[in-house]
Design a protein around this ligand. Structure first.
Ligand code: C5P
Length: 240
């Protein structure tokens, strides 16, 4: 993969026009943009159609988590929208993930479109060991839980997971080389950490085996966003 294919730029804005402005600004430099729940809830599916109409791809980051039938139907709807990639929570269980994967195949065959990549979210990076044990009631160590859920996603037929950069090597060794690892929490050495706690540089994440990097503020909040992106692309090229 070329460096420009590895970056997914997070559209962390609520307005349709604001999001499209960002896509216009970066469309000649990268291929994929992430639409999360804030933007999707305010701008609706049209934002996906508009990004696709500009020849760009969408990672729909809505983290579906519901009964298998509902998630399967949501997966079908995401495929019909023409997203490149979307995700579900692995904690929804094996059957939910299996049905999501099957919903995709059905929708893609029916509409003769390319099957989107389906990712699983293991444990959110906002959850630490204490929250996992004391609030959620899971007694496993965090690493054990993440590894277990990543393997469950693989067994269910998912294409990969969204994971913290710290978990890349562990997931790679458990799930194999064909399993996609998409990682946020990326900070070049020259960018501030903002609210991210356990970050890695683009070079480190790629060297450890990440396939895609989700990047937001270290590009969009910089004084010269295009220059920041170019620096990151160069860094990835050196790591690859
Ligand atoms: O600005 P920054 O690079 O921190 O943005 C990272 C993006 O990745 C945001 O859209 C954030 O919601 C998302 N994300 C994350 N950590 C996760 C999952 C998603 O930062 N575990």
């Amino acid at each position: 993969m070329e460096p420009k294919e590895r970056i997914i730029l997070a559209l962390d804005v609520s307005g349709h026009e604001g999001a499209l402005d960002i896509v216009k600004q970066f469309k000649d430099h990268i291929d994929t943009f992430k639409v999360g729940s804030e933007l999707f809830t305010s701008a609706g599916p049209k934002i996906i159609q508009d990004i696709n109409a500009m020849g760009k791809k969408v990672f729909l980051d809505l983290k579906f988590h519901d009964i298998p039938n509902t998630v399967s139907r949501s997966a079908h709807a995401a495929a019909e929208l023409g997203v490149f990639m979307f995700n579900v929570h692995t904690m929804g269980g094996l059957e939910m993930m299996k049905q999501a994967a099957q919903g995709l195949v059905k929708a893609s065959l029916k509409k003769n479109i390319k099957r989107p990549k389906l990712l699983g979210v293991t444990v959110l990076t906002s959850i630490d060991q204490d929250i996992l044990r004391d609030e959620i009631g899971i007694q496993h160590r965090m690493a054990t839980q993440v590894k277990h859920l990543a393997k469950l996603a693989l067994d269910a037929g998912l294409d990969g997971v969204v994971a913290s950069p710290q978990d890349i090597e562990m997931i790679r060794s458990r799930c194999g080389s064909g399993f996609l690892i998409v990682t946020p929490g990326i900070r070049p050495s020259w960018a501030p950490p903002d609210d991210q706690k356990r970050t890695m540089t683009p070079k480190q994440a790629i060297a450890r085996g990440a396939d895609y990097l989700v990047i937001g503020r270290s590009v969009t909040a910089q004084p010269s966003p295009i220059k920041a992106l170019e620096l990151i692309l160069k860094e990835i090229e050196k790591a690859g």
